[in-house]
Design a protein around this ligand. Structure first.
Ligand code: SF4
Length: 323
């Protein structure tokens, strides 16, 4: 099946997925990949399906979804492999256009050095680029790229693309404890993102079983530090932890709202104060620090210090994999 969903996505609303690559053909073999180990490493683009076959499958799914009275916000190329390996990607985007739905591509960026890949991605409305590492040794350790790939040319291609692209550009950085989460390396990622200028930079941590058993998400302190450092390079940084919370929708349930907001980004102590002050006149139950203290005691919120400020974060790592 090529089209799947629609599934709810915090980034893209209701997203209909397009699996344009057979499993799991990729230019990378990321240590944290939730699809398991790469079956076929490949850096050459090729045709996998006829573009018309993709159109037919997606169109069928769109029609069924519409008949059920449901909406779709994005058609998203998010296969079990690297979507830009598909040599027909640009043509497929063109064929899908008449369906009248915005189109997104989530790529690992490895083929951005190629002009034909940049040209294909230019046609999409929303593109997410992976930026796990900006140092060659760290890149090789975390993403384990195909031997013919060169990080410097990939980065040049990304910068060239970002300069010309008029759609919505996002980046995604997966943090793995002890691999790419040092302060020094994160500072370098922030510098690169400052040049790339994405609309939003997402920070992710492994939340599902990774390809390699030793992979761990960093401690909350380190995740908070990463957030603060990346924020120095990019205006908007958000967590992406597979939690599709209702961020910033003040529902009247103080506890739930605090958990939803902190799932997207850490809240500084003064921001929590402000939030509680806004909730109090509305007479929401428990709009005081008591609720925060209880969430900390229950280990659902975590306190972390960074540069003289106290932050509150949602417990992001599973409680059992903490130690
Ligand atoms: S780029 Fe994506 S599909 Fe490929 S190995 Fe990495 S996480 Fe898995």
């Amino acid at each position: 099946m090529i089209a799947f969903g629609p599934v709810p996505s915090r980034r893209l609303g209701r997203s209909l997925g397009i699996n344009n690559i057979p499993p799991k053909i990729c230019t990378y073999a990321c240590v944290y990949c939730q699809l398991g180990r790469t079956i076929k490493m490949q850096a050459e683009r090729q045709s996998f399906y006829e573009p018309e076959e993709i159109l037919q499958d997606v169109r069928g799914k769109v029609e069924k979804t519409r008949e059920a009275g449901e909406s779709i916000d994005y058609l998203t190329f998010v296969p079990d492999g690297e979507p830009t390996l598909d040599i027909n990607l640009g043509r497929e985007i063109e064929l899908l256009r008449p369906l009248g739905i915005k189109i997104a591509v989530i790529t690992n960026s490895s083929l951005m050095w190629r002009e034909d890949v940049r040209e294909a991605l230019m046609k999409a409305d929303w593109v997410s680029l992976k930026v796990d590492a900006v140092r060659g040794d760290i890149w090789r350790r975390i993403d384990r790229p195909h031997g013919t790939l060169r990080l410097a040319s990939i980065q040049d291609g990304m910068l060239e693309f970002a300069k010309a692209y008029t759609g919505h550009l996002a980046t995604e950085t997966m943090l793995v404890e002890g691999v790419n989460d040092s302060e020094e390396h994160l500072g370098k990622i922030a510098d690169f993102l400052a040049r790339l200028q994405p609309g939003v930079a997402y920070l992710a941590i492994p939340t599902r079983p990774p390809a390699e058993k030793w992979v761990r998400p960093p401690q909350e302190e380190a995740i908070n530090r990463a957030y603060q450092i990346l924020s120095q390079g990019v205006g908007q940084v958000e967590y992406l932890i597979g939690y599709e919370g209702n961020a910033f929708a003040f529902t009247g349930d103080v506890e739930q709202d605090l958990l939803s907001i902190t799932a997207v980004h850490p809240m500084r102590e003064d921001a929590v104060d402000e939030f509680l002050a806004r909730a109090q006149p509305k007479q929401w139950a428990e709009a005081d620090w008591g609720v925060v203290r209880r969430l900390v005691a229950q280990d659902r919120l975590v306190e972390a210090e960074y540069r003289g400020h106290r932050f509150y974060l949602r417990r992001l790592r599973g409680r059992k994999d903490r130690d």
